[in-house]
Design a protein around this ligand. Structure first.
Ligand SMILES: Nc1ncnc2c1ncn2[C@@H]1O[C@H](COP(=O)(O)OP(=O)(O)O)[C@@H](O)[C@H]1O
Ligand SMILES: [Mg+2]
Length: 400
């Protein structure tokens, strides 16, 4: 489901175990699932947490640790074993390899060596599983002004993606003060981003999933904090670790960002594979799109991955034309979502997403097609609820 490697570590020496943890935290696509300071407990830890990789430090007791390598080879055959030692004695390396270790890394560990070894293991795993393992796609949704439809797009796109059973989708509400994704989904979540961030060091994948609210569409939600003051307590480092954990267990993370473009928003936009910038075809919005794109290009350097989405297309006759908007912004408009005031009011008031409230509506079809255009349709089929025949609204997408 994901290309993140889940790792368990055993090293009785605190100093080298901490150094290894620090290195692992700095690596992409790696999640530290468990750590242990006793060789005798480690086989149980691995059996319970089923990591992809076990890293065993040999120096505290060579015989005991190599015996552990042999035990793990039998008890957890799908777990790749990597060993480390400050000795580079050829005999020791040979014994480790014969016991079943896949990689030997000299201490003190270097980030580059560790990363290369883990990449090799990841490649072997994807080859033996019959093809590349699916990674996680982060989609950040942001808007050119308040009320432009950012949350509407985040929620309904997330539900359209979750409609494919091959996808596992989580919606993260990063509008920390005024976010309302929970209202759109009519849920009263038990835990919020603040709880998860606060406990990130103690959370594993099972606990994380229990902290999320599952909607009947299959979509998971991690909402904004309840208390306003808690919003200010979440650090970029904590958000980075929450995202790291979400990436290990979901195929799609959808982030509804705030419109303050604070450090957390910019971090989310930086991490995203695609940034959907929602605008409407009026002057204040388009002016902000131009301003934002300048900043995204010159300061943040992520303008390449921005996709401009026109929401409420056809809303007013006085709207700026698509051609003029495209000329003003100086780039392609990726998608248009039609205006449908009646349906969107129902969706909002009932707290029921489009895919349930109005499965056959043209606006719902537009979201299904947008999900497919963003690669969220693994087998190329339309979502179950999409009308079989192409309707007149197929004219809407700016790019078919
Ligand atoms: N395509 C649309 N057609 C009609 N109304 C829409 C559409 N998209 C959003 N809305 C309405 O606009 C309002 C603001 O949307 P919302 O998603 O909360 O914006 P934001 O998150 O950017 O503040 C909501 O009442 C929503 O129902
Ligand atoms: Mg919103």
């Amino acid at each position: 489901m994901s290309n993140v490697l889940r790792i368990a570590v055993v090293d009785p020496k605190d100093a080298s175990r901490d150094a290894l943890k620090t290195l692992l935290l700095g690596l992409e696509a790696v999640w530290l699932e468990a750590e242990c300071s006793r060789y005798e407990f480690f086989a149980d830890v691995v059996a319970q947490t089923t990591p992809d990789v076990a890293i065993i430090a040999l120096d505290s007791n060579v015989d005991k640790s190599l015996e552990l390598v042999s035990t793990l080879l039998k008890s957890s055959p799908s777990c790749a074993i990597l060993v480390t030692s400050s000795s580079t004695d050829g005999n020791l390396i040979l014994r480790a390899m014969r016991s079943g270790a896949k990689e030997f890394l000299p201490q003190p560990l270097k980030a580059e060596d560790l990363s290369t070894a883990l990449q090799r293991i990841a490649r072997q795993r994807s080859t033996s599983s019959g093809g590349p393992v699916r990674g996680c796609s982060i989609l950040a949704i942001t808007g050119a002004t308040g009320g432009v439809g950012t949350t509407s797009v985040a929620v309904n796109l997330a539900c359209a993606l979750a409609a494919h059973e091959e996808n596992s989708v989580v919606l993260l509400d990063l509008d920390l003060c005024l976010g309302d994704a929970d209202v759109f989904l009519d849920t009263i979540p038990e835990y919020t981003l603040f709880d998860v961030a606060e406990n990130i060091n103690r959370l594993d994948l099972t606990l994380l999933k229990r902290s999320l609210t599952k909607h009947e569409t299959g979509l998971y939600l991690l909402p904004r904090p309840v208390q306003l003051e808690d919003a200010r307590k979440i650090s970029v480092d904590e958000l980075s670790r929450v995202l790291g954990l979400l990436k290990t267990s979901f195929t799609h993370v959808i982030i509804d960002t705030s419109k303050s473009f604070n450090d957390l928003d910019i971090f989310a936009l930086t991490e995203a594979e695609h940034i959907l910038l929602i605008t409407q075809l009026d002057l204040p919005c388009l002016r902000n799109v131009v301003r934002l794109m300048i900043s995204f290009k010159e300061v943040n350097k992520f303008d390449d991955k921005v996709k401009i989405i026109v929401n409420r297309a056809g809303y007013e006759t006085g709207q700026i034309s698509l051609k003029k908007a495209q000329e003003t912004i100086g780039r392609e408009l990726f998608w248009q979502i039609p205006n449908d005031y009646r349906v969107m009011v129902e969706v909002r008031n009932n707290g029921v997403p489009l895919i349930r409230q109005a499965p056959r509506a043209a606006i719902t079809q537009s979201f299904n097609q947008l999900a497919a255009a963003l690669g969220g349709n693994p087998q190329g089929q339309a979502a179950e609820t999409a009308p079989k025949k192409a309707g007149w609204l197929n004219l809407w997408p700016a790019r078919a």
